[in-house]
Ligand binder design. Structure first.
Ligand SMILES: *Cc1c(COP(=O)(O)O)cnc(C)c1O
Length: 367
């Protein structure tokens, strides 16, 4: 049996007519920049995430970059974050000229370990940038307590966690801002690149909207040096169609995760995902920990099961950040996660036959 890691086409085909119609409406209108679909989609996402404002942008990466810029974070500043995340999180801190200060992860959830944050705060610290990895939020109560104590901004990287909640509160509404990505492999994926910044601070939302368009508060009058971070209108139109199905897709992922949990419960040598108490995970990924990970992945491939490694090298060990002076052993939990974790197919359209086959294959490959 062949099981792909993700089957975007299976999600697209039932919506094909609606999506093509939405695209055609935008193209026919010739209002392809800042068309009405962008505002409609922003309002829909603000409502979905329980935010007061949402600003559509060109990608999840630009959502993070623009948030840092709008909060005035730059040269001489430090931002505390995790070394175990997609590159963009740390790349953006670097690009505004600030210094990423890494704090190791909690090995159970793969998210920032809040107990280690306070020790990393210095007089230069401006913000904490937690990542809600794989679909569940970081421990936001603890993170917000540290932030309040030291007067820090909190930028939530919720690229993998739209709709995740922490004690009933939505991702993107607990910190200063929250950043979403609509990259096609995320739970809500565009037909290309797109992202959004969500905030509960309406005033900051207005500032972000200005930053998105070259810091222009009036045509050709520039209050700030922003950038062209606009969301493409075609993407907004596609995403509006798809947003209506997001809860159903998330329910499908959660049901698949529950099925894997059940199927893998007795299997030795496999650590299943741990969702922290009070967290609601949207399961952007279903991550297991195994010994001999690379060999297991190769054997799974032979059985026709595609898996992925998110991420094979902790960011403190990346060549481009060598000048930070880190070495192997500095963040052992992050390094261990990079060596041991494997993502299984979890997309909502998987059949039970496929889930059973993946679980059986993994059990055999680990044995
Ligand atoms: C996907 C992702 C991003 C970047 O989003 P893009 O839309 O691809 O730019 C940032 N952070 C994390 C954790 C992500 O998974």
């Amino acid at each position: 049996m062949n099981v792909p890691l993700l089957d975007i086409k299976a999600q697209y085909l039932p919506l094909r007519e609606q999506i093509l119609e939405a695209v055609q409406t935008v193209v026919d209108s010739c209002q392809v920049i800042n068309g009405p679909a962008v505002k409609q989609f922003e309002e829909a996402v603000a409502k979905y995430c329980h935010g007061k404002a949402a600003v559509g942008v060109s990608s999840g990466t630009d959502a993070i970059l623009m948030s840092l810029m709008a909060l005035g974070i730059g040269r001489g500043d430090e931002v505390i974050t995790t070394p175990y995340t997609f590159f963009a999180t740390v790349g953006c801190i670097w690009r505004v000229g600030a210094k990423p200060v890494f704090v190791d992860i909690d090995p159970a959830t793969y998210n920032l370990d809040p107990a280690r944050i306070a020790a990393a705060v210095t007089p230069r610290t401006k913000a904490i940038l937690p990542v809600h990895l794989y679909g569940q939020t970081a421990d936001m109560d603890a993170i917000m307590a540290v932030a309040a104590r030291y007067g820090l901004y909190v930028i939530e990287d919720a690229a993998q966690s739209i709709g995740a909640t922490c004690k009933g509160r939505q991702a993107c509404t607990m910190g200063t801002v929250g950043c979403l990505s609509f990259y096609p492999s995320k739970n809500l994926g565009a037909a290309g690149d797109a992202g959004m910044v969500v905030t509960t601070d309406a005033e900051l939302g207005a500032k972000l909207a200005v930053f998105r368009q070259h810091g222009e508060n009036r045509r050709y009058y520039h209050q700030y040096v922003g950038g062209n971070f606009r969301m493409d209108t075609i993407q907004a139109a596609v995403l509006l169609v798809k947003l209506a199905h997001l809860d159903r897709w998330t329910a499908g992922r959660r049901a698949n995760a529950a099925r894997y949990d059940e199927l893998l419960a007795g299997a030795g040598g496999i650590v299943r995902p741990h969702v922290a108490a009070g967290n609601f995970s949207i399961y952007n990924q279903y991550i297991v920990r195994v010994g001999n990970r690379d060999a297991v992945q190769a054997k799974m491939k032979d059985k026709g099961v595609a898996t992925a490694i998110y991420y094979p090298l902790s960011l403190h060990e990346q060549e481009c950040f060598a000048s930070l002076g880190h070495k192997r052993g500095d963040f052992p939990e992050s390094e261990k996660a990079a060596a041991e974790t494997l993502a299984l197919p979890i997309y909502p359209e998987l059949t039970d036959e496929q889930l059973v086959y993946v679980a059986q294959s993994l059990t055999e490959c680990v044995r």
